[in-house]
Ligand binder design. Structure first.
Ligand code: PTJ
Length: 249
């Protein structure tokens, strides 16, 4: 039995576990109520993808790992849904690619920032950024623009999962290389990304970590070749075709 008393071989195990984590996130002041709606939307796309990682998403996850290993200052942005769903997995990825973790909220309140920081620390994070908020993303209104100067402010590569389209576009306009995880291939966030990953964050983050571990010892040229081989437009078109056709092969 698991954290939700559902056997792991239950056909809806993953979906039930996800819902449970999001619900607990709302109860613990981590996830916003809007996060429940975002989760429902994500689930619908995941259902249409067969709740599996399609080949183009697997390629995107490998490209993301290579880009993170090549980065000078990679940062993983965490919101209330990400913190509820994959706290330990985010810490494992940050360790594998030597990235900072920064809390960056659409609906920012001090209470939620503190609750999320505490939750991440419980799952092994040692240095959680986002609380200083001494820099701004240009072009966004006050609360949503806040970032840390020594975090997202100066990052060259940012992982932005389940992000609002406005902010994804504003970060891309700052010249950052964005790795977006979003099950909706038509979302503005996915379209703003250098590397869009159309996959459930539950599968995507561990897959990036696995690829990063596999690439340990690879040369910069080898890593750059993996990034360059990846084509964002092709990956988005492939995900959209998979969703529209229902072909899960
Ligand atoms: O915690 P906050 O205050 O920063 O708010 C976070 C949310 C997610 C509420 C906010 O960023 C938001 O409203 O996001 P959107 O505009 O609903 O976009 C979320 C996107 O994530 C949608 O395109 C969903 O399809 C997608 N999504 C939801 N769950 C998952 C997902 N993608 C991957 N894995 C998921 N589990």
């Amino acid at each position: 039995m698991s954290e939700i008393d559902i056997p792991e071989d239950h056909p809806r195990y993953q979906s039930l576990l996800t819902r449970h984590r999001i619900e607990a996130g709302v109860e613990n002041g981590i996830t916003s109520k809007q996060g429940l709606i975002a989760e429902g939307r994500g689930e619908a796309f995941d259902y249409l993808l067969g709740e599996q990682t399609i080949d183009s998403a697997a390629a995107a996850e490998r490209a993301a790992a290579a880009a993170l290993l090549l980065a000078n200052h990679p940062v993983i942005s965490v919101n209330g849904n990400v913190a509820a769903l994959v706290p330990a997995e985010v810490v494992a990825l940050a360790t594998a690619v030597d990235a900072d973790i920064e809390i960056n909220l659409f609906n920012r309140t001090d209470e939620r920032m503190t609750a999320i920081a505490e939750h991440l620390r419980k799952h092994g994070a040692t240095n959680v950024k986002g609380l200083t908020a001494n820099a701004r993303i240009p072009g966004l209104s006050h609360e949503r623009a806040k970032v840390d100067a020594d975090g997202i402010g100066t990052a060259d590569v940012v992982v932005v999962p389940l992000e609002d389209g406005d902010r994804a576009e504003a970060l891309a306009s700052m010249g950052k290389t964005e790795i977006v995880i979003d099950l909706n291939p038509l979302s503005r966030s996915a379209r703003a990304a250098a590397i869009p990953i159309v996959d459930n964050i539950l599968r995507a983050i561990p897959a990036i970590t696995d690829a990063a571990r596999e690439f340990e010892g690879a040369s910069k040229d080898e890593l750059a070749a993996i990034v360059n081989e990846f084509d964002a437009e092709d990956a988005l078109a492939d995900a959209e075709a998979a969703i529209r056709s229902g072909d899960r092969s």
